[in-house]
Design a protein around this ligand. Structure first.
Ligand code: HEC
Length: 187
């Protein structure tokens, strides 16, 4: 097997560092797993075939991402910087599989352009679940944090097949990135 990310985590001398590195690894693994399933399903839907053993993301790409995260010194220390847009952008690559930032562009999910201040389920032309449309949620830092922590709990019956991020840091990073990246010309 060689030296992997968990060996790296176990090799950290400070207990707090070990714990936060291990937490991050399981977070990323859970996300990868969820993402593999979704990516495969969407890929099959698009191609219209069921090829056996197709993975949405090649293994080496996801483990390279994991290593990138782990080898950035801040991630392995207790002084993790909350709300880092560069890390948020990296995480958003997963979301971008289903969400464009171009106004009106529909993937498996709606475009997130102009997200802040807009009502949930309000993008023209996207066929939202009734739960999202009727939720009367307005998107801001607070509602996005609850949504990304546990979409099913925050708006039960929604159709976004994503389990959520347990780590408040990961959520803060994505939200800070989204705040910049979803701004439209008239905002
Ligand atoms: C597998 C595809 C998929 C992935 C991955 C995904 N989403 Fe979604 N997302 C959806 C779908 C589908 C909806 C609409 C849900 C509904 O109608 O109930 C949605 C809805 C949303 C909404 C509400 C949009 C609106 O117009 O009200 C936000 C915000 C959002 N997603 C953010 C994210 C973020 C951030 C990520 C990454 C951490 C992410 N999503 C990952 C499919 C996805």
């Amino acid at each position: 097997m060689g030296f992997g990310p968990s060996d790296f985590a176990h090799s950290l001398s400070r207990r707090a560092d070990r714990r936060s590195a291990l937490g991050l690894i399981s977070e990323v693994r859970a996300f990868e797993f969820q993402f593999d399933c979704d990516a495969r399903r969407i890929h099959d839907q698009r191609i219209g075939t069921r090829r056996k053993g197709t993975r949405g993301i090649p293994r080496f790409v996801s483990s390279a991402i994991l290593w990138l995260i782990l080898l950035t010194p801040a991630s392995a220390s207790a002084t993790y910087h909350p709300g880092d847009p560069v890390r948020g952008q990296r995480t958003f690559r997963f979301c971008a599989f289903c969400h464009s930032l171009k106004p009106g562009e529909i993937r498996a999910g709606p475009s997130l352009a102009g997200l802040f201040g807009r009502g949930a389920g309000s993008m023209e032309g996207f066929n939202y679940s009734r739960s999202l449309k009727n939720s009367s949620v307005i998107w801001n830092e607070r509602t996005l944090d609850a949504w990304l922590a546990n979409p099913r709990k925050f708006i039960p019956g929604n159709r976004m097949s994503f389990r959520g991020f347990k780590s408040p840091e990961i959520r803060a990073n994505v939200i800070v990135y989204l705040k910049q990246a979803t701004r439209t010309a008239d905002q």
